[in-house]
Ligand binder design. Structure first.
Ligand SMILES: [Zn+2]
Length: 349
């Protein structure tokens, strides 16, 4: 299926209201910072990880087909998982797949079984991706809703996986990384270990970044019993080769600003993206840091005359590089659950 880049009619990803309900939270994307998030006990740079490396990289995927704003082919996405998981297995590295629960209800469990067979972790990415599809109206994000809607999004998301894969789920990533305190209350009450919503850095408003290192999250007076794993909300796949530079200018500008600061070319193709990710990974190694990558596999199904197969041009070079660095013990490539367990053990949580 030939698809062009989206037109300027694309809906801006970050909309005006941070959190229409609650006192805290919002987005960590597009120059915006959520309200009231405090960092407690961030993991020290240079920490020695279980395999002897002093740096760690987490490869995370938001598995969402067309349940969000993705425009690729959900069938192609699902059939790609066999190849993606076999590449992970060949390299001996795991990933974390955050999956829209409704997608499992609608499309079956085979692709999820492939992920687990690769040694990877699964976690919910919402029950539905966009809450307006459930409640109607314009409100899309969890942080726009109150207690019952957040409980529904978390509990129904968990239920789909717990019924099919008992004891596999230990964390949660909400759609768009958009949350409020009601979201975190619901995640904590689900007896989970980790959440992953806030951005590592912000190349538009540098003071908005939360740093690369996992921490324990506090909002207002409440310290949550959850390990927050910050993620790359700047140079993730979508702004590199898909997002419209007009409708989602801040996102595309952020990637441009990263490339400019590192003196590398910003080429808006999957192959160009692989070079940006390579730089991110090598920086984690040389700075003894944790870094959490984010890819949306629906975007790997987009064909365009300017590029070849994004699975081969973007994802495979990344997986191969991570495998090589893991084998040479320069890196610990781990899942969110492994990172959360490690963090909890050294902080006695
Ligand atoms: Zn998503």
């Amino acid at each position: 299926m030939k698809m062009k880049k989206q037109s300027s009619k694309e809906r801006p990803l970050v909309e005006q209201t941070k959190h229409a309900a609650g006192q805290y939270g919002g987005f960590s994307f597009g120059g915006v910072q959520p309200d009231g998030v405090q960092i407690v006990n961030p993991l020290e740079p240079g920490t020695l990880f279980p395999n002897g490396a002093k740096a760690a990289v987490l490869l995370t995927f938001d598995v969402e087909g067309n349940y969000g704003n993705g425009t690729g082919s959900v069938q192609q996405e699902i059939s790609n998982y066999e190849l993606i998981c076999s590449r992970l297995r060949q390299n001996g590295i795991p990933a974390t797949f955050n999956i829209v629960a409704k997608m499992v209800e609608d499309h079956g469990v085979k692709f999820v079984e492939q992920m687990l067979a690769s040694g990877s972790e699964i976690a919910p990415h919402g029950y539905v991706h966009d809450l307006n599809k459930y409640y109607g109206g314009d409100k899309v994000y969890a942080g726009h809703y109150g207690v019952p809607e957040n409980q529904m999004q978390i509990n129904q998301g968990l239920q789909v996986f717990c019924e099919r894969f008992p004891d596999e789920v230990s964390g949660y990533r909400l759609p768009y990384g958009h949350f409020n305190e009601f979201s975190y209350n619901a995640i904590e009450s689900g007896n989970l270990k980790w959440a992953s919503h806030v951005g590592i850095d912000d190349f538009i408003n540098p003071s908005n970044g939360y740093g690369t290192q996992p921490f324990q999250i506090r909002m207002g007076n409440k310290l949550y019993n959850l390990v927050e794993i910050p993620l790359d909300t700047q140079t993730f796949d979508w702004p590199i080769w898909i997002a419209c530079p007009k409708a989602n200018k801040l996102f595309v500008d952020a990637v441009g600003a990263y490339c400019e600061s590192r003196n590398i070319a910003f080429v808006r193709t999957p192959a160009g993206g692989a070079l940006i990710w390579k730089r991110r990974i090598l920086e984690a190694v040389s700075n003894d840091r944790v870094f959490t990558l984010l890819c949306h596999p629906i975007n790997l199904t987009l064909e365009n005359e300017s590029w070849g197969n994004p699975v081969e041009q973007f994802l495979f070079p990344t997986i191969d590089l991570l495998g090589e660095l893991q084998r040479s013990k320069k890196l610990w490539v781990c899942t969110c659950q492994q990172m959360a367990d490690f963090y909890r053990s050294i902080n006695n949580l």
